[in-house]
Design a protein around this ligand. Structure first.
Ligand code: H2B
Length: 101
């Protein structure tokens, strides 16, 4: 079964560090900065392992200490509870890895 699409504004109410992505698809985005590449990549490794267990994967890019994350559910063509759950995990991992924003 496909997950239900959520209203973006509603989803963002509980995710203050996220915003609507400038993207053709409904998606959430957050940019994070870390102390250096090592911290950024450590964060990504941690998120990657959990994302794979969730079978829900971020679209992201990394330049040195910066990681840009975009979350959307391809199967649903929008944002679902899976994106919100992954965003919450990312927020926790970011805080624990010393993200600056
Ligand atoms: N990740 C994301 N972000 N959206 C999806 O719809 C999605 C995914 N689908 N990871 C999963 C994998 C699907 O392709 C597999 C077959 O379960």
């Amino acid at each position: 079964m496909t997950d239900a699409r959520l209203d973006l504004a509603e989803a963002l109410k509980s995710l203050p560090d996220w915003r609507v992505a400038d993207d053709a698809r409904p998606a959430l985005t957050r940019t994070l900065r870390f102390a250096d590449f090592n911290a950024a990549f450590g964060f990504m490794t941690r998120v990657a392992l959990t994302a794979d267990k969730m079978d829900h994967h971020p679209e992201w890019s990394n330049v040195y200490d910066r990681v840009e994350v975009l979350l959307t559910t391809h199967d649903a063509d929008g944002v679902t509870d899976k994106d919100v759950a992954l965003a919450r995990f990312i927020d926790r991992a970011a805080a624990e890895t010393g993200a600056r924003a």
